[in-house]
Design a binder for this molecule. Structure first.
Ligand code: MG
Length: 274
């Protein structure tokens, strides 16, 4: 029986609203504007502790990231764009410090669309940076989770092995595999699962056919192409025992909360049946 968690945004979501879903664990995303000072961490930790909320990971989203379509993602997301790489590295190291003060065991982010050619300067730059982040995080006993989706599982796995750090992990998001057209998520889960430390329960549909560079779109859980029952059963088969962190991004706040409530119910049913 899997525990159900939620992915929420620091400074944008209210913890009370998340708790009202009936969940007691999850992951927090810190956007670029969120203050990462020790005082801010202490305030946030007091809030989490008072609520009895168990924080599994701190995710970073960076200023300037844009998920409009695949070429825009390649140009703007994660550590791949050289112009923002060092500034984002500094920000992410601060996220690691912040997470340590909260007692969260994992940090994570989208590192961007890693070039498939291992001799590409951006591949080398990102790989070396991921090593540096892992070494920083290791001082706190943290793992660093690479979010899936922006590359096929075999490319991510080759990169993962090349980085070669004990505390590097995968944060598996099945919807991203579909939305980026990176491969069938259940197969990818079997391939990446042995390195998985955390999971997003998110749903989505494949990119529209014949539109170059288009991304698929996110859907409420159970209404996309992931196949949530198969996803949950496969997690069980590979021996995963962590929480299923529901992730739902949509502009309409009411719709998002309603989708989150529905997702909790759906996963409870699937988890109980597994
Ligand atoms: Mg995700």
């Amino acid at each position: 029986m899997f525990e159900i968690g939620v992915v929420f945004w620091a400074g944008r979501d209210r913890l009370a609203d998340m708790m009202a879903l009936g969940v007691k664990c999850g992951q927090v995303v810190v956007p670029g504007e969120f203050e990462l000072s020790p005082a801010s961490a202490d305030r946030f930790k007091a809030e989490l502790d008072a609520a009895g909320f168990n924080l599994g990971a701190v995710f970073a989203a960076f200023d300037g990231e844009d998920y409009a379509d695949i070429p825009t993602v390649e140009r703007t997301v994660g550590f791949v764009p050289p112009a923002t790489r060092e500034a984002r590295a500094q920000r992410f190291l601060a996220v690691s410090d912040f997470a340590a003060r909260l007692g969260a065991p994992e940090i994570a982010c989208h590192i961007g669309c890693v070039p498939h050619d291992a001799s590409h300067p951006d591949y080398v730059g990102v790989r070396d940076l991921v090593r540096r982040i892992c070494d920083h995080a290791a001082k706190y006993g943290q793992t660093f989770g690479l979010e899936t989706g922006q590359e096929p599982a075999d490319v991510l796995l080759a990169f993962f092995r090349d980085v070669d750090r004990e505390n590097l992990r995968i944060n598996f998001d099945p919807a991203n595999m579909i939305m980026y057209g990176s491969g069938e998520p259940i197969e990818a889960l079997r391939q990446l699962g042995p390195h998985g430390v955390s999971v997003h329960a998110k749903d989505g549909v494949w990119p529209p056919k014949g539109v170059a560079g288009a991304l698929g779109s996110e859907r409420p859980l159970g209404q996309g192409d992931v196949g949530m029952d198969r996803f949950v059963r496969t997690l069980e088969e590979i021996g995963f025992c962590g929480p299923l962190n529901i992730e739902r991004e949509c502009e309409d706040r009411e719709a998002r909360m309603s989708d989150l409530r529905m997702a909790v119910g759906l996963l409870r049913g699937l988890a109980a049946a597994s």
